[in-house]
Design a protein around this ligand. Structure first.
Ligand code: AVI
Length: 320
């Protein structure tokens, strides 16, 4: 079997599972109710997110892959070959495939909190790239952790695609990037995908697709809470709402209560006014300069940036 020919080295850092009950109840007790976007990703939410990435309106995924394909060789020369390449939140490890031929890292180290998915994806990748050393790390990349290797014999690089950095508040993004810099050490390189500010109509279409997949993704949060916390949210008494907030340069996603209602969540009553919202996600959009400033504040220097012809999306190389 292929996985025997190129076995995956597995490092389980035992990430603490989120206390979903406490976090959801605390968020629903706030004057502006909110639930963190990390709770979108149960099995159904992950499936819906993959479907979003294929939507005609959701330009980020295919645009970023196009940039990686087109400029992979140049990216490789900026990152340095024979590197220890860490991918943060590697999921299905699909995007890295585009870069592996050009990059030829000494070690590929996918980091993800979802143990089973990480193992399956790492094994599939190891089978497809028999010469690649794969060290899979089960960890929560949004919390501090250290790499389970102590040598600095290889130059270190990190890959953080998908504009996931946009789902952090800017202050949290800065703290996160600072930690990535510490993980990489002196002369480390970060290759990071960042969605760009653009015509609000294009942005809003990407989060309000015609088939309602994004709406289903947002509303799935209520089904998950019903199932996992014992709640009685009625999905059809809430609707998906997504818009671009220009002042804060972010897409906001909300679930809007269509009528006054009382919902039972994990043994507690939560009241909603008609039109009251639960804020479920922010997706910050940056200018190239704006993101480079954020990188500088986090201790990086901008090295190179690549975009597509329509300036929809950017991929930055930053150095420590
Ligand atoms: C994962 N993240 C970068 C996506 C985004 O665009 O902010 C999540 C998403 N939310 C709605 N559609 C996609």
């Amino acid at each position: 079997e292929a996985s025997v020919r190129n076995p995956v080295h597995f490092h389980d850092l035992h990430p603490a599972p989120a206390d979903m009950r406490a976090e959801v109840l605390a968020g629903l007790a706030l004057p502006q109710k909110r639930i963190a976007p990390k709770f979108f990703y149960d099995a159904e939410g992950s499936r819906l997110f993959d479907a979003i990435c294929e939507l005609p309106e959701y330009y980020p995924t295919r645009t970023e892959i196009g940039i990686l394909r087109r400029h992979g060789a140049e990216m490789a020369s900026r990152l340095g070959r024979e590197a220890l390449l860490v991918e943060l939140g590697s999921g299905s490890s699909l995007k890295i495939r585009v870069l592996l031929e050009a990059l030829r890292p000494a070690v590929y180290m996918p980091v993800d909190i979802s143990r089973e998915h990480l193992l399956q994806s790492a094994e599939a990748l190891a089978a497809a790239f028999p010469a690649l050393q794969v060290h899979a790390v089960c960890a929560d990349y949004s919390a501090p952790f250290s790499l389970p290797v102590d040598d600095h014999e290889h130059p270190r690089a990190a890959f953080f695609p998908g504009s996931s950095v946009g789902n952090f508040e800017p202050a949290d993004a800065e703290r996160f990037l600072r930690r990535v810099g510490e993980l990489l050490g002196p002369d480390g390189r970060l290759l990071i995908g960042v969605d760009l500010v653009k015509d609000p109509a294009l942005l809003e279409a990407a989060y309000n697709d015609a088939d309602g997949v994004t709406a289903a993704f947002n509303l799935n949060l209520l089904s998950r809470i019903n199932r996992e916390l014992g709640a009685d949210f009625q999905r059809d008494a809430f609707r998906h709402h997504a818009f671009f907030n220009r002042e804060l340069s972010r897409i906001e996603m909300h679930l809007v209560s269509t009528r006054p209602q009382r919902v039972r969540v994990a043994g507690q009553d939560i009241d909603f006014r008609a039109g009251e919202r639960i804020h479920t996600e922010c997706s910050y959009k940056y200018s190239i300069d704006g993101f480079q400033s954020l990188g500088r504040r986090a201790g990086f220097e901008p090295d190179r940036v690549w975009t597509d012809e329509d300036s929809l999306f950017s991929v930055h190389c930053l150095t420590c």
